[in-house]
Design a protein around this ligand. Structure first.
Ligand code: PEP
Ligand code: MG
Length: 577
């Protein structure tokens, strides 16, 4: 048995036989065509462009239908690159001027672009290389007459192991046959990860080199919750994971009757259970699962689907869709949290970021680029006329930063008024508490916002000085560390004293083992990933506030994250589900 650690990008657990896919290593020899044959070769290339474009269009349509416009638009962007006249001109020039074969001209030209992107220290630009390679492969398939890759034609269930999967390849995966996938490359913010989550396929990426040690006959466990991959698991481990899969299925079925019931404690305290979403299309599922609203709409994913910046109208269309779908329930739209692990503003900020999590990220980036920030704020304001829309600023660290963001919002209101556009002037304005600075000075911050939402993913990272996406220190990323708990408790106390609503939208809120602790610390709103709603609801409905307060009081006296975790797990098990 071999256990590999990577980055969990799509939750869930899968067990199955390995299918190793080569990376379609098209070895294109440096070949030339006769002088008089160049025009035929150009025509062959033109036909390949047409065929590859049709293929992408089909993928775009099916992705739009399955996952919505934003994911479909990833492929619209591919189409745009493929049909870019400059690219076409470069390939044709390589055929005509150097006498290259169409295959070789495509490899040299697109491969060259991909390499340029790959070499970028900016992770966002580096990710774009996968999109270019996707296009190169598509064109080569049509030129060489190789059949469409088999990924879309699998007929038995497997776990895919690959060096890398491009977004296009991921989109072709059929969840009924691909139980999970593992790649050597990849990061948490790439398009591939987003498509995998959308399709609901458990995935772990960024494992590093391991395929050379794999024969393809292994049984594999993909643990997309913990970022683990287990090759040839021993009987105990297999049995444990099989139980986990069974348990997940049975638990999901058992929870269905709760979908339409409120998250209310046994002693009648109503907990607001809202959802975290990335795409507007998810709003429907949130409603079905009984969400009380959207507690975190991560808008940076609007950027994953296009090469240009989204316009005010693009933002508005997305927000309007969510506001309408939620039928008057609260929708917290978080302004862009670009940078670091998220898609960056590639065009606006080409400079390298040596330390991106401490760099030009999130609200800092928005404030530096009013041309990006203002259209988003106007769109949020316009959407506020359609429902209970609220606006939230991410990664606030100083009061002047918060005030500046609010000033830009006020200016955007004036702009809209001058344009005669309707919006809700009293739109609630909140901030995320995800930097230690914000948590330490929280008593001052709460005087200037209508609500706070605690972002434990970043709060843990910055409090414990542990990079949240670095697999080497994943074991040190301890949500239940006493220092983190103390910052959460202080933030909740300050919010309560100021009469300001508080929520928690980091991953912590979606893990049922923490629910009693959080309710006991005074939290009355939790924003969780949609699929966690039923389970968290069940915990809320099984406890009293007094029981939770006792758990929290004890947990806050413990000395280490592992002690807290052990204690909370015991308490959770006592609920006897
Ligand atoms: C967080 O940091 O906890 C959070 C919810 O924001 P994100 O994960 O998008 O950084
Ligand atoms: Mg965050």
């Amino acid at each position: 048995m071999e256990i590999l650690e990577g980055i969990a990008v799509s939750p869930g657990v899968a067990l199955g036989g390995a299918l190793v896919i080569d990376n379609e290593g098209f070895l294109i020899p440096r070949s030339f065509v006769l002088r008089g044959a160049a025009e035929d070769e150009v025509q062959r290339f033109d036909r390949a462009i047409v065929a590859a474009s049709q293929e992408i269009l089909r993928t775009q349509n099916s992705m739009t239908e399955q996952l919505g416009e934003k994911v479909g638009a990833i492929f619209a962007a591919h189409l745009q690159i493929l049909q870019d006249p400059r690219l076409r001109h470069e390939v044709e020039a390589a055929i005509r001027e150097h006498g290259y074969s169409a295959e070789y001209a495509v490899t040299v030209t697109l491969g060259g672009y991909a390499k340029l992107f790959q070499q970028s220290a900016n992770p966002v630009l580096a990710e774009r290389a996968h999109d270019i390679l996707d296009l190169e492969r598509g064109l080569l398939r049509h030129l060489t007459g190789r059949p469409q890759d088999e990924l879309g034609q699998l007929s038995s269930a497997v776990v895919l192991l690959a060096h890398n999967l491009t977004p296009g390849e991921t989109a072709k995966l059929k969840p009924e046959f691909v139980l999970g996938f593992v790649t050597e490359l990849g990061g948490v913010g790439g398009h591939t990860a987003i498509v995998a989550r959308g399709l609901g396929i458990p995935a772990v990426v960024g494992i590093g080199r391991f395929l050379t040690r794999v024969t393809g006959r292994e049984q594999v466990i993909v643990d997309g919750n913990r970022g683990l991959v287990i090759l040839d698991p021993d009987e105990d481990t297999s049995a444990r994971y099989r139980r986990e899969v069974q348990h997940q299925k049975a638990a999901a079925a058992e929870l269905e009757p709760l979908w339409n019931l409120p998250a209310e404690t046994r002693d009648g305290v109503r907990i607001l259970l809202t959802a975290n979403i990335e795409f507007p299309k998810e709003a429907g599922a949130c409603l079905r699962l009984g969400a009380d609203g959207i507690g975190l709409y991560r808008t940076e994913f609007l950027y994953t689907s296009r090469r240009e910046q989204p316009s005010e109208e693009d933002h508005f269309q997305a927000y309007a869709e969510v506001a309408r779908a939620m039928q008057g329930r609260p929708v917290v739209i978080r302004t862009l949290d670009l940078g670091a692990d998220k898609m960056g503003l590639a065009q606006a900020d080409p400079e390298d970021e040596p330390n991106p999590f401490l760099g030009l990220r999130s609200i800092r980036l928005s404030l530096r680029h009013p041309d990006v920030f203002v259209p988003q704020l106007r769109a949020v304001l316009r959407a506020s006329a359609l429902g209970d829309v609220r606006v939230m600023f991410p990664l606030i660290t100083t009061l002047p930063e918060l005030r500046l963001a609010k000033e830009v919002l006020a200016q955007s209101m004036t702009d809209l008024e001058n344009r005669g556009v309707s919006f809700r002037r009293e739109i609630p304005v909140g901030m995320m508490v995800e930097s230690p600075a914000a948590a330490i000075l929280i008593d001052r911050f709460v005087k200037e916002v209508s609500f706070i939402s605690i972002g434990t993913n970043d709060l843990v990272q910055y409090t414990l000085a542990v990079d949240r996406s670095n697999p080497c220190v994943a074991n040190l990323f301890q949500t239940a560390d006493p220092a983190v708990l103390r910052l959460i408790a202080a933030s909740l106390r300050a919010a309560q004293q100021a009469g300001v609503k508080a929520s928690l939208c980091g991953q912590m809120s979606g893990h049922a083992v923490y629910t009693m602790l959080l309710l006991g610390m005074g939290l009355r709103e939790l924003s969780v990933p949609p699929n966690a709603i039923p389970e968290i609801k069940r915990v809320c409905r099984s406890v009293t506030v007094a029981e939770c307060e006792a758990v929290a009081a004890r947990a806050l006296t413990l000395d280490s994250a592992s002690e807290v975790e052990t204690f909370l797990r015991e308490e959770y098990q006592k609920l006897c589900f």
